[in-house]
Write a protein of this length. Structure first.
Length: 181
């Protein structure tokens, strides 16, 4: 009899600036507050860490745009992310995190180019919505989507603190993973 191997599960990577809330979002999606290390000090996540969810793996990547990172750290970050996006056959999609309060930075726009070149399906998650009032959230969501040329249905407002949008984001990730199998 043949040994039945589990089919390879697709992976979904979380990318975004350092401190944007990747590890917090991962913990919220998984529902386990202490799983990925969260910190007020940027540059907490330094390696690629994978977490198994039902049906896919979530990959917590280090953040970009960390001002105090040296030149060689930046170069190795770029190569880690470029290879993860470009060369991982198991990568099914990307969740790109942007702080809802800020316009996309130059580093964000660089990441956008990498994402476009990778051809991967991308969902944008606007983080830390609890820091704004309801009206400002709606206005900022439109502004960020416009600045990036993204359709509204590719943009999800979230808060890891209050749980806003976490269920919807999870459902969108599962749908994207299924669609791209
Ligand atoms: P690196 O690993 O350094 O790239 O950071 P990260 O993107 O993983 O961010 P992390 O989840 O460690 O969060 C950074 C800081 O933002 C921490 O102080 C978090 O508590 C805070 N934070 C994350 N998500 C939210 C949120 O939804 N609301 C608020 N108010 N704070 C948040
Ligand atoms: Mg992190």
């Amino acid at each position: 009899p043949l040994v039945h191997l589990n089919p390879v599960l697709p992976e979904v990577a979380l990318v975004g600036r350092s401190n944007v809330g990747k590890s917090s979002l991962l913990n919220a999606l998984v529902g386990q507050p202490g799983l990925a290390r969260v910190s007020g000090t940027p540059g907490k996540t330094t390696l690629l860490n994978a977490y198994r969810l039902p049906g896919f793996y979530l990959i917590d990547l280090p953040g970009y745009g960390f001002a105090r990172a040296g030149k060689s750290a930046r170069a190795s970050y770029r190569s880690l992310v470029t290879r993860c996006l470009g060369e991982r056959p198991t990568l099914g999609g990307v969740v790109w995190l942007l702080d809802i309060r800020h316009d996309p930075s130059d580093d964000d726009l660089d990441m956008q180019q990498l994402l476009i070149r990778s051809g991967r399906p991308v969902l944008a998650a606007l983080t830390k919505a609890d820091k704004l009032g309801r009206t400002a959230v709606a206005a900022r969501a439109r502004q960020v989507a416009d600045a990036l040329g993204l359709p509204q249905d590719q943009v999800q407002v979230t808060s890891s603190r209050t749980g806003l949008g976490i269920g919807d984001l999870a459902a969108s990730i599962v749908a994207a993973v299924e669609e791209n199998r």
